[in-house]
Design a protein. Structure first.
Length: 318
C-alpha cells in the first residue's frame, strides 16, 4: 500500500534535509530531448498531418531509426514492410508514435541512473513495461504502447533513491523483515518522500501526460488514481507478476503471492489461468528478446554489463 496524507505536487522539505536534496535532484534533471518536445507540439495540433509529423521525426536520426524499428517489429507487422518514416507514422497512428518515442526518450534520459548494482531493478522495470504492454493488448485496456511507457516510468523513484542513497536504501530494505512491512512508509519516515512521490515529481518535471503522472504515483494504491484507476491497477498487477515470474526485483526480500492480487486482477478482467497464461508467455518472450536492446538504449550503446549478465537467465536478445 502507498503512503497517504501528503501531496507530492506540493512537497515542502522542512525538517528533512534528504528530502530537500531529493527534490533538488529532480528539479535539476534536464528536460526530455528538444526534438521530442517539438514532435509533441506538432502532434498536439488539430491540423497535423502524417507528413508534418514525419518531417519532424526525420530531423532527428535517432528518433527516425527508433520509429522504423518499432514499426517493423514482429508484434506489429511483417519485418521489413515499412521503409519510410511517413509510412510508419500512418501505419502506427499518432498515439502510438507519441508513446513509442516517449518511451525511447524516457529510457535514454533514465540511463544516467544505470549501473551494474542496479541491474536487477532495471530488469524489473523492463519486465513491468512489457507485461503492462501485453496486458493492454490482451485485455483491451488502454493502448499497448502506452502500457509499455506506464511500466517504464512506474519505478523511476526507485532509481533515484538507489543511485543517490545506496547505503541508506539498502538499510531500509533490511528493515523489511516481514511481508507486511511497507517500504513506502519506511521511505516516508526516513526521506520525507516516497519512491512513488519521486516518480510523480519526475513525470511532472518532464511534462509527461497526466495519465503517466497518476499511474506512477498510485500504482501501489490504484484507487487514488481517479479516472486512471484501471491503468494504475493494470501496472500494479504487472508489478506483482514481474516479481512472481522472477524477472528482476526492486530489492524487496519478499515475493507477494499472486493470490494477494486476485481482486485487482479480477478488476481488469483476469479471472483464471486461461487469461493470465498468454499474457505471461508473451511478456516473457518480449523480455528475453528485448532486454539487451533496452539496456543498450539506456547506456547509449555501451556494453556496461559484461558476459556474466548476458548469460544470466532471462537476459539478452537470444
Amino acid at each position: 500500500m502507498e503512503s497517504k496524507g501528503h501531496d507530492p505536487n506540493t512537497i515542502q522539505p522542512p525538517g528533512h534535509p534528504t528530502m530537500s536534496a531529493l527534490v533538488e535532484l529532480v528539479e535539476d534533471l534536464p528536460p526530455l530531448p528538444s526534438s521530442f518536445n517539438k514532435l509533441c507540439r506538432v502532434l498536439d495540433r488539430d491540423d497535423a498531418t502524417a507528413d508534418d509529423v514525419a518531417r519532424v521525426i526525420r530531423e532527428d536520426q535517432t528518433m527516425a531509426t527508433r520509429l522504423l524499428k518499432e514499426a517493423n517489429a514482429s508484434h506489429r507487422f511483417r519485418a521489413g514492410t515499412t521503409t519510410t518514416v511517413t509510412r510508419a507514422v500512418v501505419s502506427m497512428g499518432f498515439r502510438a508514435v507519441r508513446a513509442t518515442l516517449l518511451g525511447a526518450s524516457v529510457t535514454a534520459s533514465l540511463g544516467r541512473y544505470f549501473n551494474r548494482e542496479n541491474l536487477d531493478l532495471w530488469r524489473h522495470i523492463f519486465a513491468v513495461a512489457v507485461i503492462s504492454r501485453s496486458m493492454c493488448n490482451h485485455l483491451g485496456i488502454g493502448e499497448p504502447d502506452e502500457g509499455y511507457v506506464m511500466g517504464l516510468t512506474h519505478d523511476m523513484g526507485h532509481l533515484v533513491l538507489k543511485n543517490h542513497y545506496p547505503t541508506q536504501h539498502a538499510q531500509l530494505i533490511t528493515q523489511m523483515n516481514m511481508p507486511s512491512c511497507d517500504l513506502t512508509a519506511l521511505e516516508l519516515s526516513h526521506y520525507g518522500v516516497t519512491h512513488p512521490d519521486l516518480a510523480c515529481l519526475i513525470a511532472r518535471r518532464w511534462k509527461l501526460p497526466e495519465m503517466l503522472v497518476q499511474v506512477a504515483r498510485f500504482h501501489g494504491e490504484p484507487a487514488g488514481a481517479g479516472e486512471f484507476e484501471d491503468l494504475a491497477t493494470l501496472v500494479h498487477v504487472a508489478d506483482m507478476l514481474a516479481s512472481a515470474l522472477g524477472l528482476g526485483h526492486t530489492g524487496d526480500p519478499f515475493v507477494r503471492p499472486l493470490a494477494a492480487t486476485r481482486d485487482a486482477m479480477a478488476e481488469i478482467g483476469i479471472h483464471d489461468a486461461t487469461t493470465l497464461e498468454p499474457i505471461c508467455a508473451e511478456a516473457v518472450t518480449a523480455f528475453r528478446g528485448g532486454f539487451g536492446a533496452f539496456l543498450r538504449l539506456c547506456t547509449d550503446g555501451k556494453d556496461l554489463v559484461g558476459a556474466d549478465a548476458v548469460n544470466n537467465p532471462g537476459f539478452g536478445d537470444q
